[in-house]
Design a protein around this ligand. Sequence first.
Ligand code: AMP
Length: 400
Amino acid sequence: MSGAHGMIRSIRELDLAGKRLFIRVDFNVPLDKKTGAVKDDARIRAAIPTIALARAAGAKIILASHLGRPDGAVVPALSLKPVAARLAQLLGAPVQSADDCVGEAVQAQVAKLAGGDVLLLENLRFHAEEEENGEAFSRALASLCDVYVDDAFGTAHRAHASTAGMVAHVAQKGMGLLVAQELKHLRPLLENPPQPYIAVLGGAKVSDKIKVIDQLLGKVDALLVGGAMAYTFLAAQKIAIGGSRVELDKLDVALRILEKAKSANVQVLLPIDHVVAADLKSTSGEVQSVVAEKMLGLDIGPKTAALFAEQIIGAKTIFWNGPMGLFETPAFAAGTKAVADAMVRATALGALTVVGGGDSAAAIAQLGLAEKVSHVSTGGGAALELLEGRELPGVTALEQ
Ligand code: AMP
């Protein structure tokens, strides 16, 4: 990777044979509350190509991750040990686990590693210094290894000890295959993406997405807005939204965005019909062109879905973040499915189609369509911050 950014070496370019290789992975997986077993191993599977490459190169592999929010305390329920077990199954090789991520016992375990061995450290966030990016802790992590590789795109927007602080203290550094994939697909969206370029935004809140919208308005030809977020834009224009979810303190922000879009010549498409129901627990809905009093808009309606699909299919670059409705309930999932289907069709027609993490990634995976778009990001927050034009500390740290 070069250009406006400093050069970042790929793990393929690093000298790994016999070296102690520290890989920051994202093993922040959901665990079953009762059994403690790994409930969804997608993030573990996403790291396998990098780990397999490192094993084949004969590195002594030290893996590190956070899991949940232990906030600097040792929380046994957030131990990475169940992850080690699942990783061993997926790799078809033994995975050792450590009781901590720094200290003498860990040093001794690392010293015994042979080329190709894999050791998973304990949860980094059992130490408060991880999120504080503490200097002593950063040095303690760095002392474990000769080479540092970051493959945790999901935490690349955080300046933590394992993503930023330790990197300066390691002689060789680079990115794993997953981070390389993410940058390869996300950076072109900031440069000169093929036009028409449209962004489809949904989800719960405008407030989470103000900065990304501001940045996108300078780049996109159209902005399609669905999900609960759309009701803040409609309410700002005094269009009735019944009892739909809305951010009343963001009406002025919504108006400013609409004004800015107008002067930038960016079309903003809002829902022209809705699937509504009496409450969030409803299991069926009805279509209305304007949300009636006391009703809640819980999905974009069929006319809106068709309009959005037409726009998506006609575009050359599409970025999508956020579901179009309460997609967890099947009665309100049609709008999100229509957007996912249109993304797949646009991809088949040669468009660059990118799904930015979080709920939209979960939705497209649930529909079995993740393989049929150009890229599904593993990092919701990191992908949005990159599109906001911000530096990601975890990426900047890797620049030579
Ligand atoms: P976010 O985390 O901002 O991507 O928001 C995703 C959440 O917003 C999902 O749980 C959706 O079910 C929810 N959501 C989307 N549209 C609506 C809506 N119209 N009303 C209520 N919740 C919604």
